[in-house]
Design a protein around this ligand. Structure first.
Ligand code: 3HC
Length: 301
C-alpha cells in the first residue's frame, strides 16, 4: 500500500553510490546501515582526517560488535567494511547518486555544505538532510537545483528505530521523494511523508513530553525521581536515559528551534543548560542490564 501522500514508486531512481557529510555518531550509524542494507559504496566526509578516522573507527567497532554477538558473519563484515571509505574532499562525491548531510544543526552550516556539494555532483544527485528541526525549504533556497533536496530524518539508535520521516519541501521533485521512499524501504524502515515544519511530527510530539519532564526537573523534581516515575508507564526508554542517548546539547538545540517556532509551548530547561555548560551530555548511561550508571563528574554537581 502506498504511504499517504507518497508519489508513484515507479518514479524512484536507482541509488548506487552514497555520500555522507559528517562523520559523527549518527552519521556513522546511517553510513553503516546504507552499506549493510543496500550493499552500495558509501563515502563519509568531515572537516579533518581525525574526525573521518574516528567516524570510520566507530563504524568498524559496530561491525565487530555484530560479529561478536553472532549476528553477522565475519566475511560479511569485511565486505561491508570495504564498502565504506572516508575522505576530507567533497569532490570525491562526484559520482554519488545521493548525498546526505548530518552536520551541526545550524542552517548556515547546512546551506554551506549543500552549496559545496552541489558544486561537485551531477544535476540529478539527490541532496538529503537528516535535520531534526530546521527548514528543508530554506536549506534548498539558494541552490541551483532546489528540487533535488529532501529531508530524510532518522531516529536514534538508527539501526533499530523503525521510522524515517521524509520531508518534502514545496519545490522537491516527485522523483526525489519517490527515491527517498524506495531508499527507506531498502533500509527496512517505515517511511512517513511529513510537512516541512519545525521538528516535523515525531520530535514535536516527543519534545512536548520531554519538555514537561524538564519543567518538573527545573521545578525541583530530581531527575532520578522523574525517570523512576516514568519507567513503569510503558515508554521504551525513560526520559533522562533518552536524553543521554541523543545527547543533551543536541536535544537542547532541538528544543530551542521549537521554542523559536512555537513559543512557550516549548521551553528550554535552565537546569539542563547548567549541566550542559559543565560539559555534561547525559546524566547517566543505560547499563547492559537496563540499570543506570551515573558518571562521577555528574554525581558531584
Ligand atoms: N545500536 C544498535 N542496536 C541496538 C542499540 C544501538 N544503540 N540499542 C539497542 N539495540 C538493539 C539491541 O541489540 C537489541 O537487538 P536484538 O534483539 O537483535 O538483540 C534490540 O535493539 C533491542 O534492544 P534491547 O533489548 O537491549 O533494549 P530495548 O528493548 O530497550 O530496546 C531501544 C532498545 C529500541 C533503543 C528502545 O529502548 C527504544 O525504542 N528507545 C527509545 C528510543 C527513541 O525514542 N529514539 C528517538 C530519539 S529522538 C531522535 O533520535 C530524533 C533526533 O532528531 C534527536
Amino acid at each position: 500500500k502506498r504511504p499517504a501522500g507518497a508519489p508513484d514508486q515507479a518514479l524512484a531512481r536507482p541509488v548506487g553510490r552514497i555520500g555522507v557529510v559528517g562523520a559523527g555518531l549518527m552519521a556513522g550509524q546511517f553510513a553503516l546501515l546504507f552499506a549493510q542494507a543496500l550493499r552500495v559504496p558509501v563515502t563519509i566526509t568531515d572537516l579533518d582526517q581525525g574526525r573521518v578516522d574516528r567516524g570510520l573507527a566507530h563504524i568498524s567497532a559496530d561491525l565487530d560488535k555484530q560479529v561478536a554477538k553472532g549476528r553477522l558473519r565475519s566475511e560479511d563484515a569485511e565486505a561491508v567494511r570495504a564498502l565504506i571509505t572516508g575522505t576530507t574532499d567533497k569532490a570525491d562525491f562526484a559520482d554519488a547518486d545521493l548525498v546526505i548531510e548530518a552536520v551541526f544543526e545550524e542552517l548556515s552550516v547546512k546551506k554551506q555544505v549543500f552549496a559545496e556539494v552541489e558544486a561537485v555532483v551531477s544535476p540529478e544527485c539527490i541532496l538529503a538532510t537528516n535535520t531534526s528541526s530546521l527548514s528543508v525549504t530554506e536549506m534548498a533556497a539558494d541552490l541551483q537545483h532546489p528540487e533535488r533536496v529532501v529531508g530524510f530524518h532518522f531516529f536514534n539508535p538508527v539501526a533499530v528505530m523503525p521510522l524515517v520521516e521524509i520531508v518534502r519541501a514545496p519545490r522537491t521533485d516527485d522523483a526525489v521523494v519517490a527515491t527517498a521512499f524506495a531508499l527507506a524501504r531498502g533500509l527496512g524502515k517505515t517511511a512517513v511523508l511529513v510537512r516541512d515544519s519545525a521538528a516535523f511530527v515525531v520530535n514535536r510530539v516527543l519534545l512536548r513530553l520531554m519538555g514537561e519532564v524538564q519543567n518538573a526537573f527545573d521545578e525541583g523534581t530530581p531527575a532520578e525521581v522523574a525517570d523512576d516515575a516514568l519507567r513503569p508507564m510503558g515508554l521504551p526508554m525513560t526520559p533522562f536515559t533518552l536524553l543521554a542517548m541523543v545527547g543533551m546539547p543536541v536535544a537542547q538545540h532541538v528544543m530551542e528551534s521549537l521554542h523559536a517556532a512555537f513559543g512557550d509551548r516549548f521551553r528550554v530547561s535552565a537546569n539542563l543548560q547548567r549541566l550542559i555548560d559543565h560539559g555534561i551530555t547525559g546524566l547517566w548511561a543505560r547499563d547492559d542490564d537496563g540499570g543506570r550508571t551515573i558518571p562521577e563528574e555528574t554525581a558531584a554537581l
